[in-house]
Design a protein around this ligand. Structure first.
Ligand code: NAD
Length: 377
């Protein structure tokens, strides 16, 4: 395979899927009135909904923000005014199930603390809605299974908020890694970390609400990136809890590292709430190093290959992610990041914790769910 045409194709693919330039709020609200866009209800109006998802929904072509679910009275009027949401489309956690009677909600997007994902996904499916659930899908494999069963029973689609599958730089890494473009033998090294100084009132430090620490929240990106770069399922792994002895984290791990073996090589992953900011994905190949740095941010991702810089543009990952799912529903196609992938990742997370609790013993991943996002034929 020749290099330039291959890289050009990737750029073209990214351009074709590029989203429309941002509309002004009034233009966007006016166009929504007559359009057949699918309505999305955001459940949980915290940081991610407020700063990323709601603004992204002003840029989407196939879906729009039609409803909100919140437990905070003050947020209701603010969101009604800012996003033109109808008063009758505002729900609380208590009356959430009444969405069953609302035709303006096609998709429920669960953006709550991790341990609440299962309950709201299942309730949404029972109300006859398609679901996007944030990562990690749940805090246990058994909850993931219940969520998949509920959506299947209701004949509704379930997708996970894995936004980086819609980012051109990570897509390029998938294509170059999966095609073994720079050689058959590869090693991945990846880290996602930042420093948290205060855990008071932070649900992510609470075992019951978060399910785990840095691994559940940040490490899942490293786990995902290793798998989509190889385009293979891991065979074995070991894990080690590296939380600092004087850590402020006492219920969940503050830091953890692990290694996974794949048919084509190994991936070494690190994640921490106790380290200066790090976000990188490195692929060492027979013909040199490929690197995304930063790799997992919402914007500003940069990439290099042995042939130079990746000539790609950052996109609105969340807008593309939600538009693609809306198209999956409209065209009755499968999500590239379905519930089964979320289950696979929760399975690996449980195995990493199992190894870490057992002196880093090597764990076989014999019964790993067989699901991959493959970008090559
Ligand atoms: P957040 O703390 O900012 O918001 C959480 C929301 O849940 C708040 O509106 C809060 O009021 C509500 N909530 C309801 N019941 C609660 C309870 N019992 N305790 C605490 N909060 C409760 O969190 P966030 O950063 O928006 O994260 C929400 C989810 O989104 C998490 O699962 C997280 O992993 C995921 N997330 C994903 C990305 C991504 O890039 N895909 C980025 C950030 C967060």
């Amino acid at each position: 395979m020749k290099r330039r045409p291959f890289i050009k194709n990737i750029i073209r693919a990214a351009t074709v899927t590029a989203i429309a330039p941002q509309l002004s709020l009034s233009q966007s609200l006016a166009s929504e009135k007559n359009s057949k866009k699918l309505g999305i209800a955001l459940v949980g109006l915290g940081t991610y909904s407020t700063d990323q998802l709601a603004p992204a929904l002003l840029e989407t072509k196939f879906c729009y923000l039609s409803a909100i679910v919140t437990g905070t009275k003050e947020k209701e009027q603010q969101w009604i005014e800012k996003y033109g949401i109808k008063k009758e489309n505002v729900y609380t956690y208590k009356n959430f199930d009444r969405i069953i009677d609302n035709d303006e909600i096609d998709i429920v997007y669960v953006v709550l603390p991790n341990s609440m994902h299962a309950e709201y996904t299942i309730r949404a499916a029972k109300a006859g809605k398609h679901v996007i659930c944030e990562k990690p899908m749940a805090t246990s494999v058994s909850d993931c299974k219940k969520m998949i069963t509920a959506c299947k029973k209701a004949n509704k689609k379930l997708s996970i908020g894995y936004r980086l599958h819609f980012d051109p730089f990570n897509d390029n890494m998938m294509r170059l890694g999966q095609s073994k473009f720079y050689g058959n033998k590869m090693t991945v090294a990846t880290e996602f970390s930042f420093n948290v100084s205060d855990i008071n009132h932070w649900w992510r430090a609470n075992k019951k609400l978060a399910g785990g620490g840095a691994l559940m929240d940040l490490g899942i990106y490293c786990l995902q990136a290793s798998i989509y770069t190889f385009g293979e399922l891991p065979l074995t792994l070991w894990g080690k809890d590296t939380t600092k002895p004087d850590s402020i984290f006492n219920e969940v791990e503050g830091s953890i590292e692990w290694e996974m073996t794949f048919p084509s090589g190994k991936a070494y992953c690190k994640t921490s709430y106790e380290s200066p900011f790090k976000s990188h994905l490195i692929l060492n190949t027979e013909k040199g190093k490929l690197e995304l740095s930063p790799s997992f941010t919402y914007d500003g991702i940069k990439g290099t290959t042995p042939d130079g810089e990746m000539e790609l543009k950052n996109v609105n990952q969340q807008a593309l992610q939600m538009d693609t799912f809306a198209q999956n529903i409209l065209q009755d196609t499968s999500s590239i990041v379905p519930g089964e992938m979320g289950l696979r990742d929760n399975y690996i997370i449980e195995k990493i914790y199992e190894s870490a609790a057992n002196h880093s013993a090597v764990v076989n991943l014999n019964d790993i769910p067989n699901i991959l996002d493959l970008r090559i034929n």
